[in-house]
Design a protein around this ligand. Structure first.
Ligand code: ADP
Ligand code: MG
Length: 348
């Protein structure tokens, strides 16, 4: 019998849980490393290590237990990923994170491929707040460590920098605010033999900068569909990416497609792939990282996913679901406002 590898997953949130579930289906054992002693993925992993990501003892303990490593969120220090990568393989490669962890480097990288993004400017300190009139109204975003709209400020006029009490010890980009027609995302998995599977574009609606619903098919033209898929593959190839990644796009009122950001991991908008496709984004990620081959991807049904945020979970927990409805409770130990607590996918 061929020995299946033990997969190490850094991060223990719902994405980690869903990766563990996919691994189990493939008979792959998992070990999760999380800085939260009560992380949701603890319930789904075969082994669990609680430790801060900078704690070298814990990292070494993690390395000893696993054959290959991946992560469920992109903000792990690159130096730590590189350290792990010296002993065992980390997929996707740590140097990819150095680019996509930073909104400025990420946009520069995308533009270099002749793929459009919003217009932006790097704001390193107060002095950089000049010649920005073409970017207003804009959104000021910390270059690193933002998610679900955290670290973002709407800037309509210069005074708004003062009003928002912007801390200039951090770096930001100021991005032109787009008059959005739609948002879509494309998920792609690249395997170790360079073959890849691309999922069709998913249409996303955000509420308060947090993903609210994801739907397939996206109501966009075939031309935009193809362009979005081609851009995602081009980005993945240029990054020498291995595993599942996601490209988030804006479509403006003139139907122009712009890359918003790249997530070097499985993505919330891809939760519907669990039921809507023969192979989910999670299974494909595990297959790619553990060097299982690519299997042809097939859509089974159209679908809509709703995120369940905060105390809304209590209402869903009491509900009766139909056969085409799939409810996920992330089993977080505490309900928090504006926090993703679960999701519901409906096949249509
Ligand atoms: P996060 O890392 O928090 O996901 P994003 O840059 O993706 O940050 O922003 C979250 C959401 O905020 C986007 O999906 C979009 O709905 C809105 N948003 C962000 N930037 C812009 C922009 N430049 N113009 C219009 N809407 C934006
Ligand atoms: Mg985003």
């Amino acid at each position: 019998m061929i020995k299946t590898p033990v997969l190490g997953i850094i991060g223990g949130g719902q994405l980690g849980s869903l990766l563990c579930k996919a691994a189990r289906k493939l008979n792959i054992k998992t070990c999760v490393l999380s800085d939260d002693s009560d992380a949701p993925a603890k319930k789904f992993a075969d082994d669990f290590i609680y430790g801060k990501y900078q704690n070298i003892n814990k990292i070494n303990q993690f390395i000893k237990k696993i054959d290959v490593a991946t992560f469920e969120f992109e903000n792990i220090p690159v130096s730590i990923l590189k350290k792990i990568n010296k002993k065992i393989k980390v997929f996707p490669k740590p140097q990819i994170n150095a680019i996509v962890q930073n909104r400025f480097l990420e946009k520069k990288f995308v533009n270099h491929l002749k793929i459009p993004t919003t217009n932006y400017k790097l704001i390193k300190n107060r002095k950089d707040i000049k010649d920005i009139s073409t970017l207003l109204p804009g959104i000021l975003k910390t270059t690193t460590l933002g998610y679900d709209g955290k670290g973002q400020y709407v800037i309509k006029k210069l005074k708004d920098f003062e009003k928002n009490k912007i801390n200039f010890n951090k770096e930001y980009i100021l991005e032109k605010k787009i008059d959005l027609k739609k948002e879509i995302s494309v998920i792609v998995t690249v395997f170790q033999n360079k073959k890849y599977s691309v999922y069709e574009p998913i249409e996303n609606v955000h509420k308060n900068q947090i993903l609210h619903t994801s739907t397939i098919p996206a109501k966009i033209s075939n031309a935009v569909k193809n362009k979005a898929k081609n851009y995602a593959v081009k980005i993945a190839k240029k990054l020498n990416y291995i595993g599942t990644m996601c490209v988030e796009y804006f479509i403006d009122k003139n139907n122009k497609l712009l890359v918003n950001e790249i997530a070097p991991r499985v993505h919330n908008s891809g939760h519907l792939t669990i039921e809507a496709f023969n192979i989910s984004q999670f299974e494909n990620h595990v297959r790619a990282v553990c060097n299982f081959g690519r299997k042809p991807l097939k859509k089974i049904r159209n679908a809509k996913m709703i995120n369940i945020i905060g105390s809304d979970l209590l209402r869903f927990k009491k509900k009766k679901f139909k056969k085409n409805e799939y409810f996920y409770d992330y089993l977080k130990n505490q309900i928090k406002t504006n926090r993703k607590m679960g999701h519901l996918t409906t096949l249509v």
